[in-house]
Design a binder for this molecule. Structure first.
Ligand code: NAD
Length: 257
């Protein structure tokens, strides 16, 4: 049986395109190439890299959006409601923690650092899902990005691991909320990939080496491989899968040593 994933006529809201290394960019390209129209929300600070990328998409819609700025969120969703009416997919590929909290001892995180990491990296999924809900069609799909540091200690990942645990739990609760409309909510747990966000993690180079030596596939993964999984999760091939954390990590998570 040969299967072609055709997303013609579908529309996706994509958050997290900072530059051409961003996982969100690889997902947007893959969905775009399958016929899906992309509506991107980007941060002002990444505008110089994100905007030129829009030219590579077919008929995209895009606007500034920052998940900690209510006015920008309002104007983004107003624009998307007017231009798109309905959407099929929501891709959440956003995370942030202060650099000083992605190194050293986890216990040194302060209250503000804890709050910021959770607000941007976990709460934003709930708010974006709630704001998207009135536009989201039945049989749609919501995808978030996570990392194994949510359940295993990854020195340096620190507060982001705790925020990812909240994100993953939110995925399960949202899966229940959205289930009656046959909308699935899942997270992809990716192995380490060199991106802007990853450059803030002090032990990142060591993480990459660790995967090569310990993962069953003896290698690191690519953002394109994450995009393949996202394409699957947007397609009918995954229509009975929801509330799951799906690992795209060369199998690293199954190892005990
Ligand atoms: N790179 C990795 O190794 C890796 C592994 C597993 C999971 N992830 C996750 O993948 C997702 C995407 O990260 P990436 O690695 O592609 O890095 P990235 O830096 O390219 O993307 C992070 C995005 O978050 C956005 N963002 C940060 N604060 C925001 C805010 N206040 N409002 C709106 N957007 C905001 C940035 O603009 C950026 O586009 C994150 O959730 C990250 O934790 C990354």
């Amino acid at each position: 049986m040969s299967v072609t994933i055709d997303l013609k006529g579908k529309k996706a809201l994509v958050f997290g395109i900072a530059n051409d290394k961003s996982i969100a960019w690889h997902i947007a390209k893959r969905l775009n190439d399958a016929g899906c129209r992309i509506a991107a929300g980007y941060q002002e600070r990444t505008e110089q890299w994100s905007l030129p990328l829009m030219k590579e998409l077919n008929n995209p819609v895009y606007a500034k959006c920052d998940v900690v700025d209510d006015a920008l969120m309002d104007s983004f969703f107003k624009k998307m409601q007017e231009e798109l009416g309905e959407v099929d997919f929501l891709i959440h590929s956003i995370a942030f923690a202060k650099r000083e909290h992605l190194q050293g001892k986890f216990m040194n995180v302060d209250k503000r650092g804890y709050e910021v990491a959770h607000q941007v990296s976990a709460y934003s999924l709930i708010e974006l899902a709630r704001r998207t809900a009135p536009m989201l069609k039945n049989n749609g799909s919501i995808i978030a990005m996570t990392y194994l540091g949510s359940e295993r200690v990854t020195p340096g990942y620190n507060i982001m691991g705790v925020a990812k645990a909240a994100l993953e739990s939110s995925v399960r609760y949202l899966a229940y909320d959205f289930g009656e409309k046959q909308i699935r909510v899942n997270a992809i747990s990716a192995g380490p990939i060199a991106t802007l966000a990853a450059s803030g993690i002090a032990n990142f180079p060591e993480m990459l080496l660790n995967y090569v030596s310990k993962a069953p596939l003896k290698r690191n993964i690519t953002a394109d491989e994450v995009a393949d999984c996202a394409l699957f999760l947007c397609s009918d091939l995954s229509k009975a899968i929801t509330g799951q954390i799906i690992f795209v990590d060369a199998g690293y998570n199954v190892m005990g040593i």
